[in-house]
Design a protein around this ligand. Structure first.
Ligand code: DX5
Ligand code: ZN
Length: 205
């Protein structure tokens, strides 16, 4: 299992210390939630923030774009240092074009579905992606409750040639259920940053 702590719940004023602590726990991935105030009501950070932390760590940067029309912005996130860019199926571009654009830079491409989007809607795209991100909360903010129909989606996605990532409301109990259902990557914000010892708990699931 790969753990991807979400920077959304980190103390951004002390981001260097937060990242060092994650490295001490041997965390390999960092999940970066990008919100534009359009696809979701909130706005988070731009590429400059990611560029800044790119200089602090060699962790794998897992960029989750919760933005409209992602195709217009892919190059900015590549420049910032993304290793994987995941965009939303619901974001209003031809998904194949977005995947091709991401891959044209030699970066891995992921597609994400919101809680009300069915796995069957993205079936045709699965051969082209490196990762599928199942949102287990409505995208937009941290600290929400895990939506349990996500487990069925993870099961449906199992067995393909891509990683299955799950994001939202992950803790010891929901994390275990996701792993049992077939998830490869767990995103956790609140649970990890309220007590970094929880990293060890998730790693043992
Ligand atoms: C929500 C974000 C998540 C969020 C998860 O829109 O995509 O990555 O940070 O936060 P928790 O773990 O608190 O649910
Ligand atoms: Zn996310």
């Amino acid at each position: 299992m790969i753990l991807a702590p979400s920077v959304l719940a980190a103390d951004k004023e002390n981001i260097e210390k937060e990242i060092q602590e994650l490295e001490e726990y041997d965390v390999k991935w960092l999940h970066l939630d990008v919100m534009d105030g359009l696809f979701v009501p909130a706005k988070t950070f731009g590429p400059d923030f990611v560029k800044r932390i790119r200089n602090m760590t060699s962790m794998f940067f897992d960029v989750h774009l919760m933005i409209e029309k992602p195709i217009d912005y892919i190059n900015h996130w590549i420049d910032a240092g993304a290793d994987l860019i995941t965009f939303h199926f619901e974001a209003g571009n031809d998904p194949i074009k977005v995947i091709e654009r991401i891959k044209s830079f030699g970066v891995k491409a992921g597609i994400s579905i919101k809680p009300n989007t069915k796995v069957d809607e993205i079936r045709d795209l699965l051969p082209f992606v490196d990762l599928v991100l199942v949102m287990s909360v409505e995208p937009g903010k941290g600290g929400q409750k895990f939506i349990s129909n996500s487990l069925e989606k993870i099961k449906k996605l199992s067995g393909g040639d891509y990683l299955i990532e799950v994001d939202g409301g992950i803790n010891e109990s929901t994390g275990k259920q996701c792993i049992d259902a077939g998830a490869d990557v767990l995103v956790a914000g609140t649970y990890v940053f309220k007590d970094k010892n929880n990293i060890n708990i998730l790693n043992k699931l």
